[in-house]
Write a protein that binds this ligand. Structure first.
Ligand SMILES: *[C@@H]1O[C@H](CO)[C@@H](O)[C@H](O)[C@H]1NC(C)=O
Ligand SMILES: *[C@@H]1O[C@H](CO)[C@@H](O)[C@H](O)[C@H]1NC(C)=O
Ligand SMILES: *[C@@H]1O[C@H](CO)[C@@H](O)[C@H](O)[C@H]1NC(C)=O
Ligand SMILES: *[C@@H]1O[C@H](CO)[C@@H](O)[C@H](O)[C@H]1NC(C)=O
Ligand SMILES: *[C@@H]1O[C@H](CO)[C@@H](O)[C@H](O)[C@H]1NC(C)=O
Ligand SMILES: *[C@@H]1O[C@H](CO)[C@@H](O)[C@H](O)[C@H]1NC(C)=O
Ligand SMILES: *[C@@H]1O[C@H](CO)[C@@H](O)[C@H](O)[C@H]1NC(C)=O
Ligand SMILES: *[C@@H]1O[C@H](CO)[C@@H](O)[C@H](O)[C@H]1NC(C)=O
Ligand SMILES: *[C@@H]1O[C@H](CO)[C@@H](O)[C@H](O)[C@H]1NC(C)=O
Ligand SMILES: *[C@@H]1O[C@H](CO)[C@@H](O)[C@H](O)[C@H]1NC(C)=O
Ligand SMILES: *[C@@H]1O[C@H](CO)[C@@H](O)[C@H](O)[C@H]1NC(C)=O
Length: 509
């Protein structure tokens, strides 16, 4: 006994086997995992740092379900010396991290797991006891009817409940419908009264910071027989409109075989007989296009709308069961309106001049609550909204093509008006031709002044010298030369004129 005591002290002094220097840390509480999903078991280990050159040579993980001797012998679930692919993946390192990832967790994986590491120091090995505890739970999503029996019908009340038979403090439930995340959290989705639109696939995802899992359940709510239309719809003549429509029938037992749309302007018997504007059994190209489906969407698109298209439209569908057919009444009302853009002079008359005041007004003879006016100038969107563009004083720069676009969420239309504002000099609206006139006129004045100066100079010389005929002659030829000069100048002037004319032609174009 004394000998042993002594040897422990000696070993401790040597710094190799001091118990406080060796260890493995696991989470204190059991870890929950969901069957079929992955879980990470966090783990860290340490050994004496006084000997900086200790090398970890082998890492082992054991399941205490199968291992009976503190992980000193096989079987191991992980052995760094002989790696095989399995559900158990070492996500740590050979310094201090011994995290274990377990994939595709099974109920049989529940239990205690221990980590053992072996170093290159003689006797330098350690198994962390007790190990980490893993609990494998089942994730269940169930539908609890709170009212009604049989197939789900509109108005029935129910709960979708997500259940994990494992208690983990910081867990979280997330719901999504058709892969789109829902706002609700918590394990229960409550439906006070389901509608056809609630049909879909619901997924509950359970999450902790170590594990997660999810399960889906599908909800099928059957509608009665019906077609839903909306409030009267406005369209603009010449443009397209989308007529939203939805319909329902007990989808379990019936299948839609034919879809029909009728205009009550031409059809007189609830759409049971022709004429149809759309017939899925005999499709022809026309302004009427079906944009719906065989299940619940009966949206109709109408292109190039005419005034004569105003009226009531009804949808009818026929199923594979005899007698299983339906016409939605009263129908959808369509109003076709005209889009007008007008220029209202607030001052001045005749051609538009700078400083005139005016309004451009966009007008649709149809009242749709959520409509919007968008203006653009030469195809560039303007900031203003609303039906009126107000110009307190127009300038030449306001000239251009203005387009008013009227929009609702179902229809749109646009119309253009051209605005031409004339400048101060109506015949030469172009700035550079005005400049040409200034330059040419300026040039002429300088030339005339120069000629005058030369003539004056000659006369002055004549008076000073005695008059010789030869000299007089010479002077004359000089004047002649000046005249030549003048001619040349006038040529330049003529060219400038020509140029001006060109610019006029350009302006007219
Ligand atoms: C959860 O329930 C399943 C059986 O449905 C069982 O095998 C499993 O051990 C349970 N898990 C826990 C953590 O209770
Ligand atoms: C989601 O919840 C937030 C706050 O709880 C709320 O502001 C938001 O409108 C909700 N969104 C939907 C689509 O219900
Ligand atoms: C259904 O959900 C509601 C709201 O979460 C809850 O108050 C109610 O107790 C649940 N009913 C059942 C039977 O689960
Ligand atoms: C028609 O609309 C009403 C109210 O929005 C809704 O309760 C009903 O389920 C809808 N019917 C169809 C066939 O979509
Ligand atoms: C009609 O279609 C449904 C759904 O496909 C099917 O269950 C039903 O047997 C069919 N009925 C007849 C009379 O063909
Ligand atoms: C019906 O179909 C139209 C056109 O395909 C689409 O724009 C609309 O969103 C659909 N309606 C519903 C309720 O899904
Ligand atoms: C709009 O005016 C046109 C004639 O300019 C008329 O044919 C059309 O019915 C009117 N639309 C509405 C919705 O009043
Ligand atoms: C246009 O202006 C002229 C001169 O200012 C005036 O005599 C004439 O009455 C005006 N015409 C109209 C229609 O306002
Ligand atoms: C458009 O409006 C925004 C804010 O309303 C403003 O900051 C911006 O300067 C405007 N742009 C023009 C070209 O007027
Ligand atoms: C012109 O537009 C202004 C500003 O929008 C508005 O106050 C005025 O009433 C309009 N005038 C006419 C005649 O439309
Ligand atoms: C304005 O529209 C007219 C006629 O559509 C076109 O000839 C002209 O080029 C347009 N002007 C601009 C600046 O877009």
């Amino acid at each position: 006994m004394k000998m042993l005591h002594l040897s422990v002290i000696l070993l401790t002094l040597s710094g190799v086997l001091a118990h406080s220097d060796w260890g493995v840390n696991y989470p204190n509480n059991p870890i929950c995992a969901v069957r079929g999903f992955s879980v990470s078991i966090p783990c860290s280990y340490y050994y004496p740092t006084s000997k900086p050159n200790i090398q970890v040579t082998q890492k082992l993980w054991c399941s205490m379900n199968s291992n009976t001797d503190k992980c000193q012998n096989p079987p191991y679930v992980y052995n760094s010396a002989s790696i095989t692919t399995s559900d158990f993946e070492y996500a740590g390192d050979d310094k201090s991290d011994c995290t274990l990832l377990i994939h595709n967790v099974q109920f049989s994986y529940s239990g205690e797991y221990r980590f053992r590491f072996i170093t290159d120091v003689s006797g330098g090995m350690w198994t962390g006891e007790p190990g980490a505890t893993l609990q494998v739970a089942d994730l269940k999503v169930s539908l609890i009817r709170l009212s009604g029996i049989g197939t789900l019908k509109q108005g029935d009340s129910l709960n979708l409940t997500c259940d994990v038979n494992c208690t983990q403090s910081s867990s979280q439930f997330v719901w999504s419908k058709n892969n789109e995340r829902l706002n609700t959290s918590g394990p229960v989705l409550h439906f006070p009264a389901v509608t056809v639109r609630d049909s879909g696939s619901y997924t509950c995802t359970w999450k902790t910071n170590r594990a997660s899992g999810s399960k889906a359940i599908s909800l099928l709510v059957e509608g009665g027989w019906g077609v839903n239309y909306t409030t009267p719809i406005c369209a603009v003549r010449g443009f397209s409109v989308s007529i939203p429509c939805s319909y329902s029938y007990p989808q379990h037992n019936y299948q839609v075989t034919q879809k029909l749309w009728c205009s009550m302007n031409s059809n007189t018997d609830k759409c049971q007989n022709p004429p149809y504007v759309y017939n899925s059994a005999s499709i022809t190209t026309s302004d009427f296009e079906y944009a719906g489906d065989d299940k619940s969407n009966c949206t109709l698109l109408i292109h190039n709308v005419q005034f004569s298209y105003s009226g009531t439209y009804r949808f009818r569908f026929i199923t594979n069961v005899s007698g299983g057919m339906w016409t939605g009444e009263p129908g959808q009302i369509l109003q076709v309106s005209d889009l007008k853009v007008s220029l209202i002079r607030l001052s001045g008359n005749g051609t538009l001049k700078q400083g005139d005041s005016l309004n451009l007004t966009c007008d649709v003879n149809c009242t749709q609550s959520s409509s919007q006016f968008v203006w653009s100038k030469n195809n560039e969107r303007l900031n203003t909204s609303g039906p009126v563009l107000h110009f307190p004083a127009v300038t030449v720069r306001d000239s251009g093509n203005y387009t008013c676009t009227w929009k609702t969420n179902r229809a749109s239309g646009s119309k253009m008006i051209s605005l031409l504002v004339e400048g101060d000099n109506p015949e030469n609206p172009d700035h550079w031709s005005v400049w040409m006139i200034v330059v040419v006129t300026g040039g002429l004045i300088i030339i005339i002044l120069a000629i005058a100066a030369v003539i004056y100079h000659r006369r002055f010389l004549c008076e000073r010298r005695s008059v010789h005929i030869e000299q007089q002659k010479e002077d004359d030829s000089d004047i002649y030369a000046n005249a030549q000069q003048k001619e040349d100048d006038s040529d330049i002037y003529a060219n400038a004129q020509q140029k001006e004319d060109d610019s006029d032609i350009y302006a007219n174009v």
